[in-house]
Design a protein around this ligand. Structure first.
Ligand SMILES: [Mn+2]
Length: 440
């Protein structure tokens, strides 16, 4: 049995808006929180001790973290070097730097030749000797179109077709790695990706429209004993045989993770058999207090009572209240700030509600798929002051809508993909051409 600790999505240095400056250290308290959380993962790796640590990507919010953040990250992982625990650092989308080859924030560990450290910035199989025997780790970093496809290949293709092409290339490239595996050794696929069956966490907001989804069938192969994922911040087990696991982020990056349990995964693996255990981390709570004051006679008392009813000590709190504009005079802000002061940090959001709220253009109904040109026509009918330029506007809009017939821009819907479709018209950056096929 080889014992692994699998953690992911550290995002060290993010979420500063939820912290404050610690007067004793001069550091943002959320940096201190994240470092403390990371140190608990490393403590556990050393206490077990595990044979190998796998990091699933996204070390920092971007590829150029400030030195103080890099140093804090390095100081924790250095402890694994001292404990002679080999470690694989996978490159996630937030770690990539789109300037030619290499340059990801984690590549410095390879450049320095840190003993026992492997940086996974390409599709590659690493055979790692641990205290409990050898194990094969296939690293699959975050893929972009330019990693596996050339610009001429993707020219004129809609994003959905580009993604199909990318999946085909990935299938072939992964098959190449699989065929070279030693079938007698335990094997782990360590990948930073979005699967088609994942439930979203904060990454939906961090990286919208930047990538593509990988079918789970590409991962659930019997040649893998464990599939260690990164990217989605919500912990989830997507498959049992073999286990396909997102450990999730180690700490809360934003309010979309308010209700998620944070942690890492301990894994025992041998060829053909795997045990896993999710280990929760005690991280700082995020807490939304929502109050509707619209029909309340004494909004201030109701608001204070709502805060009073909650535990907010040392939590990251956001108070959201709905109120009519004529009630605003009854809100005593200093008293609210006093009531919220036990929180670690807090924000207050007042949402003004109009009593005359009505569907602004009832003709548009509630259907979620409407022809854009029809929307514009309906709008213009309702805007008499635009009547003299209405025909011109409609013609201009028609012209815009037929730019690229492959773009499927004919409908407006509320799905995230609308953003992805729009990104299809972005030209590939020049540096992408240089980086093309670097994985192959
Ligand atoms: Mn990611």
């Amino acid at each position: 049995m080889i014992k692994l600790l699998h953690l992911s999505d550290i995002h060290l240095g993010s979420g500063f808006s939820h912290g404050r400056i610690n007067p004793e250290t001069g550091l943002n308290t959320r940096l201190e929180d994240f470092v403390h959380t990371l140190s608990q993962c490393i403590d556990r790796a050393i206490a077990e001790p595990v044979d190998l640590v796998l990091f699933g990507g996204d070390a920092f919010p971007d590829a150029t973290p400030p030195p103080i953040v890099q140093e804090a990250f390095a100081a924790q992982f250095r402890r694994l070097v001292d404990a002679q625990i080999p470690t694989v650092l996978l490159v996630g989308n937030h770690d990539q730097h789109s300037q030619g080859l290499g340059g990801a924030s984690l590549c410095i560990y390879r450049t320095l030749g840190v003993p026992g450290f492997v940086v996974g910035d390409r599709l590659e199989t690493h055979c790692i000797q641990t205290r409990s025997g050898a194990i094969q780790i296939i690293t699959l970093p975050w893929l972009t179109r330019s990693t596996l496809l050339t610009r001429p290949e993707t020219e004129g293709l809609a994003l959905i077709d580009v993604n199909h092409l990318l999946i085909d290339r990935l299938r072939v490239a992964l098959e190449g790695e699989v065929r070279r595996l030693d079938p007698n050794l335990p094997t782990v696929l360590l990948a930073h990706l979005m699967t088609d069956t994942a439930r979203f966490g904060a990454e939906r907001f961090l990286a919208v429209g930047k990538g593509f989804t990988v079918p789970i069938s590409l991962l659930t192969r019997s040649c893998f004993d464990y599939v260690a994922l990164g990217h989605v911040h919500r912990h989830q087990v997507l498959s049992e045989h073999p286990p396909v696991v997102y450990p999730g982020s180690i700490d809360r990056v934003d309010f979309s993770e308010e209700h998620e349990q944070k942690g890492f995964v301990l894994v025992e693996v041998e060829r053909g058999h795997t045990n896993l255990e999710f280990c929760p981390l005690p991280v700082r709570a995020f807490h939304t207090i929502k109050v509707n004051l619209v029909d309340v006679d004494d909004p201030q008392t109701a608001l204070l009572a709502a805060i009073e009813a909650e535990t907010i000590q040392d939590e990251v709190v956001r108070l959201i209240y709905q109120i009519r504009s004529e009630q605003l005079d009854h809100i005593d802000s200093p008293a609210l700030h006093r009531a919220l002061s036990p929180a670690h940090t807090y924000t207050i959001h007042a949402e003004l509600v109009s009593q005359l709220a009505r569907p602004r253009l009832p003709e548009l109904g509630t259907g979620n798929s409407i022809e854009p040109i029809e929307v514009l026509k309906t709008y213009l009918v309702n805007q008499p002051h635009l009547s003299d330029i209405a025909t011109e506007m409609l013609e201009a809009a028609q012209g815009l809508l037929v730019i690229d017939p492959n773009m499927e821009l004919g409908t407006i819907d509320c799905h995230d993909e609308s953003q992805e479709r729009l990104s299809a018209i972005e030209p590939l950056p020049i540096e992408d051409e240089v980086a093309q096929l670097r994985l192959l």
